[in-house]
Design a protein around this ligand. Structure first.
Ligand code: TYD
Length: 195
């Protein structure tokens, strides 16, 4: 089972990934936490480039499209091994981040033809305004207009691809319980973890 948290920067994905992973472990599941960009050489290069001044320019976004697809393809084998081992993969971002952040979409689909697609995507939705308030102000992507476009891309994807949407502006505990409610039926458990 491959479950993914998506959302704009500052949505609270990494905090919730920890909560959800803890809950699943307590419920008796074997869990593997994953992050994109990964810690591969390509992932490291991506983190460096994401901080560069021209990160928002059109050609650079295409470079990101290529590199993220490559990083994800390297991750694929690892994900398959986890699944073979009956581990639940819980991921901060996936292929859908590329569809939300990079263009053109048709090309992004082609680049990602062979990557692993999550079984369940939870979109933690917040407004760009809240995202900016929460973020460190250091990331090149933290521009309100840019974040607004990404948020709209996510909302469109959610409708077309059947993501579960959770309101990320609610407190940490409410967001956690909403995510649990979205995951529990898929695993045949109650929100309190009892099978
Ligand atoms: P982020 O989740 O902020 O990573 P971390 O908090 O661990 O540094 O992701 C880094 C940035 O990468 C984020 O602004 C979104 C961007 N991104 C893309 O543009 N395309 C992608 O395919 C992915 C996975 C991320």
């Amino acid at each position: 089972m491959y479950i993914c948290l998506e959302g704009i920067d500052g949505a609270g994905k990494s905090t919730q990934l920890e909560h959800i992973s803890e809950w699943l472990v307590e419920s008796g599941f074997k869990v593997k936490k994953v992050n994109e960009p990964t810690s591969s050489d390509i992932g490291k290069l991506l983190r460096k480039l994401l901080k560069s001044q021209n990160a928002n320019c059109e050609d650079m976004q295409k470079v990101f499209g290529l590199l993220f697809a490559a990083d994800r393809l390297i991750l694929k084998k690892e994900l398959e091994e986890y699944e073979e081992n009956n581990e639940i993969i819980i991921s901060d971002r996936s292929f859908y981040s590329s569809l939300a952040y990079q263009i053109p979409q048709k090309w992004i689909y082609t680049l990602n033809e062979y990557v692993k697609i999550p079984d369940l995507v939870i979109l933690i939705d917040i407004t760009p305004n809240l995202a900016i308030k929460r973020c460190s102000q250091q990331d090149t992507f933290e521009d309100e207009t840019f974040l607004n476009d990404i948020r709209n891309n996510y909302l469109k994807l959610a409708e077309n691809e059947g993501f579960k949407i959770v309101d990320g502006s609610n407190g940490e505990n409410k967001v956690k319980s909403d995510i649990k409610k979205a995951i529990a039926p898929l695993l045949g458990i109650c929100v309190d973890g009892i099978r």
